[in-house]
Write a protein that binds this ligand. Structure first.
Ligand code: ZN
Length: 248
């Protein structure tokens, strides 16, 4: 009998313990509400972060996982600030993909100014392909899997999105999951050094971005994604008659 308890429908692969929250928490919450099993795999423990410690950040990540209603939160313990496409990093993610068998991966886009984010995207794309190859990492004893589809979360507005997910109902839970990383964001009483993301106003910008992407499809909030491959559409009428914005 096959033990399917580890199986996930969707796995979000990001670099640092708050990246998935900032990028795709709304989509993960929506997918969970639709009955999918969801997980996040963080590449690093965020030890290069100016604020907080590894222990504090691990606790915050678990609290955020609870708010995002994840079925699994994993950590590959790659070195923060030094995430590279190596045989070791690829194999580590191949093992996660083979264990959890996600059908869809969410990750960063390769055109991301943070090297860890760009490299995480490369690792995810290559590991997704390698996980299908029977002879790759045979010694692990794991079986090859079908290749998961990959959707890339977008930050740069220069990358044209393939679609935007309507996350209007999940704005407050997403913001709560981000605020679970209390060491990283603005607190009036904090004595730690200020960083870009801990400046007062950063979280407001995150929410404004969601509102902006929502406006492009005529809804209250959205998260944008890019898919490299051509989309296979079954019913273009149903697709194109959903709320849109001709001025997007
Ligand atoms: Zn990051």
């Amino acid at each position: 009998m096959t033990d399917t308890s580890d199986e996930l429908d969707v796995l979000a692969v990001f670099s640092h313990p708050d990246d998935a929250e900032l990028s795709v928490a709304g989509t993960l919450l929506k997918l969970k509400s639709q009955g999918y099993r969801t997980g996040v795999c963080d590449m690093t423990r965020g030890e290069m972060g100016t604020r907080g410690t590894v222990e504090i950040r691990a606790q915050e990540a678990l609290e955020a996982a609870r708010i995002m209603r994840l079925d699994a939160r994993l950590n590959l313990q790659q070195p923060d600030g030094h995430v590279w496409l190596t045989d070791e990093s690829r194999t580590a993610l191949v093992r996660v993909i083979r264990q959890h068998k996600p059908r869809v991966l969410l990750t960063t886009h390769w055109d991301d100014p943070h090297p860890d984010h760009a490299h995480t995207c490369q690792i995810a794309r290559e590991a997704a392909r390698l996980a299908t190859m029977v002879r790759y990492d045979e010694k692990s004893g794991q079986q090859a899997v079908h290749m998961p589809a990959i959707m890339h979360s977008l930050f740069s507005r220069r990358v044209v999105r393939s679609f935007i997910v309507d996350v209007s109902e999940y704005v407050s839970e997403k913001m709560e999951s981000i605020r679970a990383h209390a060491s990283q964001f603005y607190r009036a009483d904090s004595r730690e050094p200020t960083t870009r993301i801990s400046e007062q106003g950063f979280l407001e910008q995150i929410e404004v971005r969601m509102r902006y992407f929502g406006s492009l499809i005529g809804v209250a909030a959205g998260e944008p994604f890019f898919v490299e491959e051509a989309l296979n559409v079954d019913d273009p009428v149903a697709l194109l008659t959903r709320p849109m914005n001709i001025y997007s």
